[in-house]
Design a binder for this molecule. Structure first.
Ligand SMILES: *Cc1c(COP(=O)(O)O)cnc(C)c1O
Length: 467
């Protein structure tokens, strides 16, 4: 399988190259040249497979001969063996129509583990036996950072630099990163928002002074391999609910458009997805883009769902590329306009293509608290604020056939955001035993100003140069 950049000017790469590169050299994002498709019979034959086996089947067409099928099964077994639930991503029924897909049974309690536990192993696989050293640079609104650090801490040949916006993530999120004291882990708290941190990372990838000295790589959802691994749980849950003979809708709490883009990929691969609800908090650029074609960034408002406090949704570019006829030059121009002015309009083709599969909804603080309360009072389920945003959209869903179940992606364990859960429900969820001593461990983190040069200097001073 070959991977092409959304902006059309970077060289096509194979799966290994796209995984190690993260961002394309023209500033675009990699996508497979075409979507592999499964027939209804092939999908039906996957029912009941163990998660790790299903993951290998779904991902193999994207990986091609970069990893042999037997080896891929070993890697998925290792990655998903670290999950605390044997089903890896279990489904829970809330009422006749509403379901929760629990994606938080990994080591750091959020759905990012599903992709990053596998990505950590992929990096190691691709670096084994070659004289290379990877410098992973990432920005996190909280959950990517902890999941990525857990996935690569102590691994040979890899350094990781993780930037988070100081004071804007929860204590549990911060401690899950800063208490990992492995030598190859570097936590940086910057002054500013997640978007500022993400902009520094993107700039570093395009900075010849950095790219020439270090083999930079990304673990944010700009990395294709992450999205690929997330496609699997759409198949897993839909199969349990009767796909391919029954259509299924999903509601996805969305920030960077990665998780919900994986749902789009599942649909392109042949999974009968009836609708994808893009659920945002008050940082609603995606809701505005999908409902009125207006993709314009404003300032970030901090909310109780910090992993979605994002105004620039990197992966939306992938959708715009695929819906706009895969014209890299046209998309590069559209994105340059956005980067210069902070605003752009979707083309008619992009709007119509999106409307065929996506709907969107926005939840404010009351909507979010209301969904947490409903889940607790009506069903006994304690859910986190991000999941609540998805559930709010799912409960408002209109225009679906009566037999279509709606699966809300439960993206984080409620204990990760205990204060907000307690405010809404009166109940304080306890941390699972596997992370129990988090608040007793020592922390290590460097504070930096919101200034690109300071961040680049820090990375240059601490990273290992490429061979
Ligand atoms: C990252 C994250 C999201 C948003 O996912 P995207 O792929 O960025 O859209 C939602 N909820 C939680 C808990 C997260 O960690």
């Amino acid at each position: 399988m070959e991977y092409v950049s959304t902006r059309g000017a970077a060289p096509a790469l194979d799966f290994r190259g796209a995984t190690l590169a993260g961002l394309a050299s023209d500033g675009g994002l990699y996508l497979p040249r075409e979507w592999p498709r499964f027939s209804a019979d092939e999908i039906a034959a996957m029912a009941g497979l163990p998660y790790a086996e299903l993951a290998a089947r779904i991902m193999q067409p994207f990986i091609g001969d970069a990893i042999a099928p037997e080896r891929l099964r070993e890697l998925t077994a290792a990655a998903y063996g670290r999950f605390a639930h044997a089903a890896v991503t279990p489904l829970v029924q809330l009422d006749e129509r509403q379901w929760l897909l629990e994606l938080f049974h990994g080591p750091t309690l959020a759905f990012k583990d599903v992709a990053l536990q596998f990505l950590g192993l992929l990096f190691e696989e691709f670096l084994r036996g070659v004289d290379d050293h990877l410098t992973i640079v990432g920005a996190t609104s909280g959950d990517t950072g902890s999941a990525a650090i857990d996935a690569v801490a102590g691994r040979a040949g890899i350094d990781i630099f993780m930037l988070h916006p100081r004071g804007r993530i929860s204590d549990v999120q911060r401690r899950q990163m800063t208490t990992v004291l492995a030598d190859n882990v570097h936590n940086v708290a910057i002054e500013g928002s997640f978007d500022d941190a993400q902009a520094f990372v993107k700039r570093m990838f395009n900075d010849p002074a950095m790219a020439g000295r270090f083999h930079l790589s990304a673990v944010n959802s700009i990395n294709w391999a992450r999205l690929m691994a997330q496609v699997v749980y759409y198949f897993a849950s839909a199969l349990q609910l009767g796909a391919p003979s029954r259509r299924v809708a999903f509601s996805v709490p969305t920030g960077n458009f990665g998780d919900v883009f994986a749902g789009y990929v599942a649909a392109r691969m042949g999974l009968p997805v009836e609708r994808l609800f893009v659920a945002t908090n008050v940082n609603d650029i995606l809701h505005r883009a999908l409902s009125s074609g207006d993709y314009s960034a404003s300032t970030v408002t901090p909310t109780a769902a910090p992993s979605m406090d994002i105004q620039v949704s990197s992966n939306f570019e992938r959708l715009l590329f695929d819906l706009g006829g895969r014209n890299g030059a046209a998309l590069a121009e559209q994105m340059a306009g956005f980067e210069a002015t902070g605003a752009m309009r979707l083309t008619n083709a992009q709007r119509e293509g999106a409307a065929a599969l996506f709907a969107s909804a926005r939840a404010d603080a009351d909507d979010m608290a209301g969904a947490m309360r409903w889940a607790f009072e009506a069903t006994g389920q304690v859910i986190d604020p991000h999941t609540a945003i998805g559930l709010h959209a799912a409960r408002k869903a209109e225009g679906l056939g009566a037999s279509v179940p709606i699966v809300t992606l439960a993206t984080a364990h409620p204990a990760k955001f205990g204060d907000a859960v307690e405010r809404a429900t009166g109940l304080r969820p306890s941390l699972p035993a596997r992370v129990g001593d988090l608040f007793e461990r020592a922390e290590r983190c460097s504070d930096l100003p919101g200034d690109y040069a300071a961040v680049a200097d820090f990375v240059a001073a601490h990273a290992t140069r490429q061979a």
